[in-house]
Design a protein around this ligand. Structure first.
Ligand code: GLV
Length: 334
């Protein structure tokens, strides 16, 4: 009998076809987000699940899913999963790192450029029919070339963002839980390791690429925004909750910083309505990894992890992106 799995959200049909070769797949191509109760009901008889950030895999859900052996997130971030509870329950947890680094870094730059040069604000104004004549001071923005880029969270995506800044003759400062090796710093446009406070006070453009956790909750709040330069911009492509959105709204409204570019929000997709009233913020719907090849690679990476988790072979002994290796040896595959 094939193991039973749930594909919790819609995905490329060929990925489902691939999974169906080895699994009995319950899919959700209508893409309705399941309530916690529905998810519990669906996982009751499942051996594995491919989840996204919209599925909260809590300790209660894990407890109510006795057959579950693997939760494979189709995202690099995995703050939707209680990994400690999964480990305790003997459930493997995986994510999709690396395959999205370059695409997400590209998008970080798209947001940075759009924010600094007021691209979406100018477009809205044009579409509204306001463009009657050229003016010397229309939509004056901040320069990106020659500026100082501050990267908070210098993991693989942060480094890919920093690498791109060489083409703009920028200086890079970064803050991270730990300092990079000298050769990594060199590759990241000679990035200089500084405290969060120094970064905020010196960077012209700050970009957030750190994972969400209890410790990184509100990494940027009123005190941090107050340290930033008045002409600075802030980009968040990490997770909602890393920025205190209310504090950011106040800072943008009072022009304490020039502008922000946001791909993620607290309580998304129900972002705070005041963002919509502000012209100095670029808003996108959590699409940083959304290129066709990358989203396909993420889906296949999650599938690879699930195959290795539930149907290990000599070549494929464990999931390539296992987040809780402590669990190995405690999982009994039926
Ligand atoms: C997207 O937000 C991801 O974590 O992959």
């Amino acid at each position: 009998m094939k193991p039973k799995i749930l594909m919790a959200r819609a995905v490329f049909p060929d990925v489902i076809a691939r999974l169906q070769q080895d699994f009995e797949v319950e899919s959700n191509q209508e893409d309705r987000i399941f309530s916690a109760a529905e998810l519990a009901e669906k996982l009751r008889d499942k051996d594995g699940v491919i989840a996204t950030a919209s599925e909260r895999i809590s300790a209660e859900l894990l407890q109510a899913s006795p057959r579950l052996k693997a939760v494979c997130n189709q995202a690099v971030g995995y703050n939707n999963i209680d990994v400690a509870a999964a480990t305790k329950a003997g459930v493997m947890v995986t994510n999709t790192p690396d395959v999205l680094n370059e695409t997400t870094a590209d998008f970080g730059w798209a947001l940075l450029m759009a924010t600094a040069r007021r691209v979406t604000e100018a477009e809205h104004w044009l579409r509204a029919g306001h463009w009657k004549q050229w003016r010397y001071d229309s939509f004056l923005g901040a320069d990106v070339h020659g500026a100082t880029l501050g990267v908070i969270g210098m993991g693989r995506i942060g480094q890919a963002i920093a690498r791109r800044s060489t083409g703009f003759d920028m200086q890079v400062v970064y803050h991270n839980r730990s300092r990079l090796a000298p050769e990594q710093e060199a590759r990241a446009n000679n990035a200089r390791y500084v405290s969060k406070e120094e970064l905020l006070a010196t960077a012209d453009h700050v970009i957030l690429v750190l994972p969400y956790s209890k410790e990184s909750h509100h990494t940027i709040g009123p005190a941090e925004l107050a340290l930033m330069k008045p002409g600075a911009t802030l980009v968040n492509l990490a997770r909602g909750g890393i920025v205190d959105d209310l504090a950011l709204i106040a800072a943008l409204r009072d022009k304490k910083i020039a502008a922000a570019g946001l791909d993620v929000f607290e309580n998304e997709p129900a972002l705070h309505p005041d963002f919509l009233e502000l012209s100095n913020v670029v808003l996108t719907p959590h699409i940083a990894s959304a290129s066709e090849p990358t989203r396909r690679a993420m889906a296949n990476c999650a599938a690879d992890n699930l195959l290795a988790a539930l149907l290990p072979t000599a070549e494929r002994k464990w999931p390539p992106n296992l987040l809780n290796p402590e669990v190995l040896g405690r999982v009994t595959l039926s």
